[in-house]
Ligand binder design. Sequence first.
Ligand code: PMP
Length: 374
Amino acid sequence: APTTVPARPGIPVPREDLAGMHPYGAPQLDVPHMLNVNENPFPPSPALAAALGAAVTEAAAGLNRYPDREFTALRSDLAAYVGAEAQVPTPEVDQVWAANGSNEVMHQLMLAFGGPGRTALGFAPHYSMYPEYARDTFTRWVAAPRGPAPDFALTAEQVTDAIAQHDPDVVVLTSPNNPTGTALDLELVRAAAAALAPRRGLLVVDEAYGEFRRDGVPSALTLLPELPNLAVSRTMSKAFALAGARVGYLVADAAIVDAIRIVRLPYHLSAVTQAVARTALAHAEELLSQVKVLREERDALAEHLLARGHEVAPSDANFILFHVGGDRHAVWQTLLDHGVLIREVGPEGWLRVSIGTPDDNAAFRTALEEADPR
Ligand code: PMP
């Protein structure tokens, strides 16, 4: 079995509970159609790339100094963006936090609200990193099941029953969910927050894919004024087309943000990251301009897969989980042989494809004819 404990004498031994573990991450392969990590396939325009470069040059002139530890200007820009996007009043700066991707945001949440003797609850299938944040912070991770395929629905009753059963300190709900694409209605979020309130637990709603939700599906941000135990996590990696910059953020009661400020490493957000993120936010309209196309492509691809006879999980995100016949690894491999990299994730027999450019999606459809003939 693989192990992180080196066999060579003299090499220090890591924590026993890390033995046999692999670092998390999907394959990074140089292929024509990269549809495996839910990125936005549209790169910044040359003009925007130049603006980002200019911002980095300006920041570079001051790199002998540590960056603004509280990154107040960036938090203020994020507050304005998220308020407009979710159609809620602009949050106060002290209600907004950011870190190197929403992975780090949620890791920090678990550092502050998880810990030894504490439990975090999620609903499977869920994003694979959640148990790792728990492991790193010595938090017990419990996964209750979502409903059956192809909907993978979650009801308020399932959530409140699981809360009653496991008595968690932290509950993570994901909307839209990865890898299923399922969005949650706000009544469920309200019910979860109410069930957690007497336990003084934290409800995290991970909206990494929030901007892709269908019209009329409100963000959990609309609930913040009524729910002091809610933290909504978001990212610039997906709809915002800025995965390479590593910027995630959350909005919550200022007391929740203050707890994170205790556990964050000093100066965790570099001056370069802050400059790039602020410049990108100033060009939000351009960066988000392809979201409509991606949503339309998603819906068209779901129709196509259904017409081919696949089971398809209804998606509010920029990816689709679908069922294939036979050996899913063989299907995945044949797609890759045709230059299309997707993801082997989710329940056995299911695969997840990120929505690419119209050209990527066409290549995927063509390759699928070979990989899973019907
Ligand atoms: N949450 C979910 C549900 C995700 O799918 C991802 C990335 N795949 C993340 C959080 C983390 O993304 P990032 O760190 O790039 O913000």
